[in-house]
Design a protein around this ligand. Structure first.
Ligand code: NAP
Length: 288
């Protein structure tokens, strides 16, 4: 049977998590207790599941994890006070404010209060600027995970045409910048893009981050292309589908991520990697 090789996010994520665990153990041996605090506001069921998964993964990796739970009706000023306090707390190395926040709360103002060194989601203005400028900083977890997935399957980006579909601050935009940093030629498509299939047909690497089940048809994929499917879409029957028509795309691609089990597991793995990096850097800067 023909078909692409699978870009196996589960197994790469397990490797990254094991490496992080070793790093955490080494820090603990030096007397540092790497810690992550998750701030969860309100009672969005999906957010609760995500936070539980992050808590579990971080605990397994050896981090001290704490979740600060706040009511949906928490005033902006109170949430800002909590985040400012965590930024100032020397025992905290990583801070994550689970999105989306309940209506009425200004997420951008809250994110801006996270100490950029503790911003393990890579979303503060300082870390976004660092990404744009090609300077060191925390990178957003999902696009960073895509890059690690490519690296560990020996897929170089230099000189290749990468078509990113989606331009969100969380995935599409940062991945485009990361690919550019790797010397790819990058096309960023979005909802106003004309002739999307034609763009995709010219791609060596396709990254779909849209949130529309199977928007990218298999016959758009150039023979031998590499396909990263970031989309997570739940059908009425409860099945998970990506943004790419997996079966048909697999017939043409050389490498492709499945959904689930592709990009998804990498996101949490990179959160752990960023938290370890934060703990290393902060513990160094605090020891004089
Ligand atoms: P988002 O903020 O809703 O952005 C979606 C992007 O897709 C927008 O830039 C939008 O264009 C574009 N778009 C919408 N319809 C389009 C169309 N017909 N043709 C081309 N582009 C179109 O979503 P996101 O946060 O980036 O997430 C995207 C998907 O990835 C979702 O399914 C989400 O669940 C999933 N996700 C997965 C992970 C993971 O860990 N695997 C992490 C994050 C997100 P405009 O800008 O013009 O509106």
């Amino acid at each position: 049977m023909s078909g692409a090789r699978i870009l196996d996010g589960k197994s790469v994520a397990a490797d990254v998590r094991a490496e992080v665990r070793q790093g955490v153990t080494a820090l603990v041996a030096r007397g540092v207790e790497p810690s992550l605090v998750v701030v969860l506001v309100g009672d969005d069921p999906a957010s609760h599941v995500y936070v539980r998964n992050k808590d579990k993964a971080a605990t397994e990796a050896g981090f001290a994890v704490r979740t600060v739970r706040l009511e949906a009706a928490t005033p902006q000023a109170e949430l800002e006070r909590v985040v400012r306090g965590l930024s100032e707390d020397r025992s905290v190395h990583g801070i994550l404010v689970q999105m989306p926040l309940p209506k009425g709360l200004d997420a951008q103002r809250v994110i801006a209060l996270i100490d950029p060194r503790k911003d393990v989601d890579g979303l503060t203005p300082e870390n976004v600027a660092a990404l744009v400028m090609g300077r060191p900083g925390h990178r957003p977890c999902t696009p960073a995970g895509c890059l690690v997935l490519l690296d560990r399957h020996d897929v170089p980006l230099e000189g290749r045409h990468v078509v990113v579909i989606g331009r969100s601050m969380l995935v599409g935009k940062p991945f485009s910048l990361l690919a550019l940093e790797r010397n790819a030629t990058v096309t960023v498509a979005h909802s106003r893009t004309r002739d999307l299939p034609d763009h995709v047909r010219r791609a060596d690497v396709v990254v779909a981050a849209v949130g529309r089940p199977e928007l990218v048809r298999g016959d758009w994929i150039a023979p031998g292309a590499v396909v990263l499917d970031v989309g997570i879409n739940r059908t009425a029957e409860g099945k998970l589908l990506g943004d790419v028509e997996f079966g048909a795309a697999r017939e043409r691609a050389s490498l492709i991520t499945p959904v689930p089990g592709g990009v998804g597991p990498m996101t949490i793995a990179m959160l752990l990697a960023n938290t370890l990096e934060a703990a290393r850097a902060l513990s160094k800067s605090l020891v004089r």
